[in-house]
Design a protein around this ligand. Structure first.
Ligand code: NAI
Length: 332
């Protein structure tokens, strides 16, 4: 029988956590054989709400779920954790700019980085969901120097899932027939959703998505802006940010990191840049990756068109600016 692993979810009283916790406890992320001790971190005013979440977790009556610890203390929440879902952050409200978010969130991710450094397992897998996710991840990593930089990632899987669903609808196929669409860069409106290397499985065989769609105007403009603005569209309609789909994407990201990607398929993750594709080092940038034995590698040598290059430049410039602003906040 497998020993339980400790898994932390921050922002545990919030919306995304509400959908995410069920997936973790049900075994859909770490597998049906892996018992889980859950650590639930939120801020003191939310502890009452968190009690309700704990009651519901009990009422799920799921055998994989062992201890559940609700807490407002990072030292307890991060103790011995093998996986960390950093969801808690100040969420973006309608009309709010990402830049306003940055200052409020840098401080949170500094504290959590320090707690990870002190208390977590050195092989902890960290997934930052809370926005601005890429920059929060680099800040967090910076304050956890004893943990490898590779262990800090940011979520762009929701964008990938959105892109995949949009292409499937356009080609009138089931969503799983679309593979290898890429999200490059920041989880923000500068991200570049790239269908240039995507394939679609049709009854006639596996075909390149661009030639099947055969409409560069749609791919370069409508597709890109639809995905870039999808988060805002959900906020405008729901008056709250994407939660169910974000939680599902967080599960997809961590499951693929834990168990690996399928042969011939890659997924997009925000990871610390190693300079691949000319992206400056020390920003967390979304790249296509292949994962094996719990380690990812950036897919190399994909041909990058001039159009794609111009899009990569925009999003990497934004990440460098965010990084600089974060550093300014930290210096004050
Ligand atoms: P929410 O507001 O429902 O929940 C956030 C929770 O975090 C609240 O319970 C709050 O008390 C808690 N929190 C705040 N500061 C904390 C701290 N220092 N430590 C622990 N908990 C803390 O927000 P929701 O909808 O769950 O979204 C969470 C974050 O995820 C937001 O930043 C949102 O922008 C982001 N997001 C990211 C996506 C992505 O694709 N990367 C997609 C959708 C949302």
């Amino acid at each position: 029988h497998a020993e339980p692993i400790d898994v932390v979810v921050t922002g545990a009283a919030g919306q995304i956590a509400y959908s995410l916790l069920y997936q973790i406890a049900a075994g859909t992320i770490f597998g049906p054989q892996q018992p889980i001790n859950l650590r639930l971190l939120d801020i003191p005013p939310m502890l009452k709400v968190l009690d309700g979440v704990v009651m519901e977790l009990e009422d799920l009556a799921l055998p994989l779920l062992r201890e559940v610890l609700p807490t407002a203390e990072p030292a307890k929440a991060f103790n011995n954790v093998a996986a960390a879902f950093l969801v808690g952050a100040m969420p973006r409200k309608e009309g709010m700019e990402r830049k306003d978010l940055l200052a409020a969130n840098v401080e949170i991710f500094k504290v959590q980085g320090e707690a990870l450094d002190k208390y977590a397992r050195k092989d902890v897998k960290v997934l930052v969901v809370g926005n601005p996710a890429n920059t929060n991840a680099i800040i967090c990593s910076h304050y956890a120097p004893s943990i490898p930089k590779e262990n800090f990632t940011a979520m762009t899987r929701l964008d990938q899932n959105r892109a995949q669903a949009t292409l499937a609808a356009k080609l009138n196929v089931q969503v799983d027939k679309i593979k290898n669409v890429i999200i490059w860069g920041n989880h923000s409106s500068t991200q570049y959703p790239d269908a240039a290397h995507a394939t679609v499985t049709l009854s006639s065989g596996v075909k390149p998505v661009p030639s099947e769609i055969n409409d560069d105007e749609w791919l370069n403009n409508i597709f890109v802006s639809t995905i870039q603005k999808r988060g805002a569209a959900v906020i405008a309609a729901r008056k709250m940010s994407s939660a169910m789909s974000a939680a599902k994407a967080a599960g997809d990201h961590m499951r693929d990191w834990w168990f690996g990607t399928k042969p011939g398929e890659w997924v997009s993750m925000g990871v610390v840049s190693d300079g691949s594709y000319g992206i400056s080092k020390d920003v967390v940038f979304s790249f296509p990756v292949i994962i094996k034995d719990k380690h990812y590698e950036i897919v190399q040598n994909l041909p990058i068109s001039d159009f794609a290059k111009s899009k990569l430049d925009i999003t990497s410039k934004e990440l460098e600016e965010e990084r600089a602003e974060a550093n300014n906040v930290l210096k004050k």
